[in-house]
Design a protein around this ligand. Structure first.
Ligand SMILES: Nc1ncnc2c1ncn2[C@@H]1O[C@H](COP(=O)(O)OP(=O)(O)OP(=O)(O)O)[C@@H](O)[C@H]1O
Ligand SMILES: O=P(O)(O)OC[C@H]1O[C@H](OP(=O)(O)OP(=O)(O)O)[C@H](O)[C@@H]1O
Length: 215
């Protein structure tokens, strides 16, 4: 197997927050995905390329070996299932939490007490299903791909399961957080075959990432 390495990243916060880790490993991306339409970006190391994919597609590219390694949020990895992926390092970047939120006027506690069957909109079906099942709550899940905060405002759902960081998006839409499901950060994921066959190239990068992420 060639010792060329492909790293899968998503545009935006994951790309931005991975740059310092790459720098610690001596790798600098020479093109900016915000201004370039290119999806394969070169680095200062001719043996290392970065591919730009949707955040939720990172595990798929790595699972199938189209990328040797990538960076993905715990939210995304839980939905994907982690098949074919080695997850050696929590990079402690893109930190937020997954929460349940409702409209400010909605009495979530009493709806639960009365055993109401709630409609919950989310992009995170598996995690949400597990959360409510563990609480013994019966919910109808509605799959959305974004703008979850809108759902309670227009009567699509009673509650949402979504990511919260500053709380600004909830506040702007008059929603309140009623349950904290879990803390979220991004992890390095590595293709299992690449880990064995390209260990010599990957190992120093993994070590540099690990060292930089705990600082
Ligand atoms: N507000 C936030 N603050 C910090 N981290 C966040 C925040 N929102 C999401 N994240 C984390 O960053 C990751 C990437 O988020 P990003 O917004 O770039 O992609 P996305 O829009 O959720 O995904 P997709 O493009 O696949 O729909 C998420 O999977 C999550 O782990
Ligand atoms: O608590 P806050 O700091 O307001 O962050 C929370 C928002 O961040 C994420 O959206 P993002 O900004 O990634 O937008 P997108 O999902 O449309 O990409 C998430 O889906 C929330 O809407």
């Amino acid at each position: 197997m060639s010792q060329k390495l492909t790293l899968a990243l998503s545009k935006g916060r994951i790309f931005e927050e991975t740059l310092p880790l790459l720098k610690a490993a001596g790798i600098e991306v020479t093109e900016d995905p915000e201004t370039s339409r290119k999806l394969i970006l070169a680095t200062n190391d001719p043996q290392v390329n970065v591919i730009i994919v949707r955040a939720s597609d990172v595990p798929t590219y790595v699972q199938y070996g189209a990328a040797d390694f990538g960076v993905a949020g715990k939210d995304v990895l839980l939905e994907h299932g982690g098949e074919g992926l080695y997850q050696p390092i929590d990079l402690d970047i893109a930190k937020c939490r997954m929460s349940v939120a409702v409209s400010a006027g909605f009495d979530y506690a009493s709806a639960i007490r009365q055993g109401a069957r709630l409609r919950v909109a989310t992009k995170y079906l598996l995690t949400a299903r597990e959360h409510f099942a563990a609480k013994g709550m019966h919910v109808d899940l509605i799959k959305l791909y974004g703008s979850m905060e809108l759902a309670p405002l227009v009567g699509l759902a009673d509650a949402i399961v979504d990511l919260v960081s500053t709380g600004g998006t909830l506040r702007a839409n008059k929603l309140v957080e009623v349950e904290h499901i879990m803390d979220i950060s991004s992890r390095l994921v590595v293709n299992q075959a690449a880990l064995k066959l390209k260990r010599e190239r990957l190992q120093p990068i993994l070590e540099a990432f690990e060292k930089a992420s705990i600082q």
